[in-house]
Design a protein around this ligand. Structure first.
Ligand code: HOZ
Length: 428
């Protein structure tokens, strides 16, 4: 494939945008080469500026569960835009989407909309601190909760891809209140509660991790976190930016049967437009301004265009539960196809999957946390990524990311992907 126009655009972008991208995970630094510049997308496919068609396995990092340019979402946004794009005042639509979200997601009474997953997680932690009157939080190495200071301590996703899991610019004062634990390791969490009695406000966790590849919680892990929080008076925050409305209509809480105290959501609530949200019970949300003293705000929060897109998408998911079964089946088919190819080749690998989140690590050690994810062979990953791209399959450009399948993918697309893997691996 040719990427001449992408290359030229990347050159131009680098002059005026740091690294040529507005989010580091787009920069291809982990895999080398030139980032692909997108012209347009429809259904399961991306069309780049050089005229290449790519089968898309990132779905805008998760939210496009129904595929790109889903017609009801486009119509809703177009109609809404004719009536104005931003007011900084309440609209009825915010209550409509909040009502539907509260109906779909278990254990929540109220939801506050923000503009991104970063904002959602940052606000959820502030709320937890305000509600418990405690300062420390526990996060897991390799989990990524956006780029606010408290979370850039051993973070996953782009932070680890670019070698700065603990970013300069985060003060020691902030870092000292973020305690690190290992994913799937309850002892590492229990130890913090022992060492910091009555100081821990919350545990924040991706219930299915998606920022060190996909890592599935082992049996008893999330239950154990719930129990530790109850025993020690801390709140459990599920970061459902990736899992929300994807693993089930009610997200990971519903799929895995665990109740969190606060849940956060991201772009999925905007049908791909910039939205985030955090949600909880009346009891906890009453601490939030204007009801209570915990402050959180935003002119663009609940933006009409984003709410229209999100509402159209949520309504569809709410009324078409078959989407979730289809996504599961498609991802299982991909999983089986990959296993068959990789087993034949004998390359050491691990595939982790839950629902429509899946990833491949080139290591013989089971990948259960950040330390084991980091054992993956990145040279193999680079060859795999570029080989697949050459065959028209767009995967996340780092092993520290999950794939997100969408409902527009056809059986033929999955078969094309498996065949591409077969050809790529055969050439090694
Ligand atoms: N959490 C997403 C990737 N793991 C965010 C994408 C981005 O940082 O641009």
């Amino acid at each position: 494939m040719l990427y001449q126009r992408s290359s030229a655009l990347f050159q131009a972008a680098q002059k005026v945008i740091p690294g040529g991208v507005n989010s580091p995970v787009r920069a291809f630094k982990a895999v080398g080469g030139t980032p692909i510049f997108v012209e347009k997308a429809k259904g399961a496919y991306l069309y780049d500026v050089d005229g290449n068609r790519l089968i898309d396995y990132i779905s805008s990092w998760g939210p496009l569960i129904l595929g790109h340019a889903f017609a009801p979402v486009l119509e809703a946004v177009t109609e809404k835009a004719k009536k104005g794009t931003s007011f900084g005042m309440p609209t009825a639509l915010e209550t409509d989407i909040a009502t539907l979200a509260v109906e779909m997601v278990p254990y929540i009474d109220q939801i506050r909309f923000v503009n991104s997953g970063t904002e959602a997680c940052m606000s959820a932690v502030r709320l937890a601190r305000g509600a418990t009157q405690r300062e420390k939080i526990i996060k897991f190495a390799g989990c990524y909760h956006g780029h606010s200071d408290a979370f850039l301590i051993q973070a996953g996703s782009g932070a680890v891809t670019f070698g700065a899991p603990s970013s300069p610019g985060v003060t020691q004062g902030t870092a000292k209140d973020t305690l690190l634990a290992a994913y799937n390791n309850l002892e590492s969490v229990a130890l913090h509660f022992e060492q910091h009695p009555e100081q821990i406000a919350a545990i924040i966790v991706e219930p299915v991790a998606g920022n060190m590849g996909c890592i599935v919680p082992q049996e008893g892990f999330l239950e154990g976190l719930r129990q530790l929080c109850d025993t020690h008076g801390a709140l459990l925050i599920f970061d459902e930016v990736m899992t929300g409305f994807r693993l089930a209509p009610g997200g990971a809480q519903q799929r895995l049967g665990i109740q969190a105290d606060i849940v956060t959501f991201g772009k999925v609530l905007g049908g791909g437009l910039p939205v985030g949200a955090f949600a909880s019970t009346h009891k906890i949300m009453q601490h939030l301004a204007p009801l209570g003293p915990v402050y959180q705000a935003g002119t663009l929060s609940g933006n009409p265009l984003a709410m229209a897109a999100g509402y159209a998408m949520l309504k569809h998911l709410h009324h078409h539960a078959d989407v979730f079964d289809r996504l599961e089946a498609k991802t299982a088919a991909l999983h089986q196809g990959m296993v068959a190819v990789l087993d034949r080749k004998g390359t050491p690998y691990q595939i982790n999957r839950l629902g429509s989140m899946i990833s491949l690590h080139f290591t013989e050690t089971p990948v259960v946390d950040f330390a084991t994810a980091a054992l993956g062979n990145n040279d193999f990953f680079k060859r795999y990524f570029h080989g697949m791209l050459e065959k028209g399959v767009y995967l996340p450009p780092s092993a520290f990311e999950s794939y997100f399948l969408n409902d527009a993918l056809s059986e033929a697309d999955i078969q094309t992907t498996v065949t591409a893997l077969e050809e790529v691996i055969a050439s090694w």
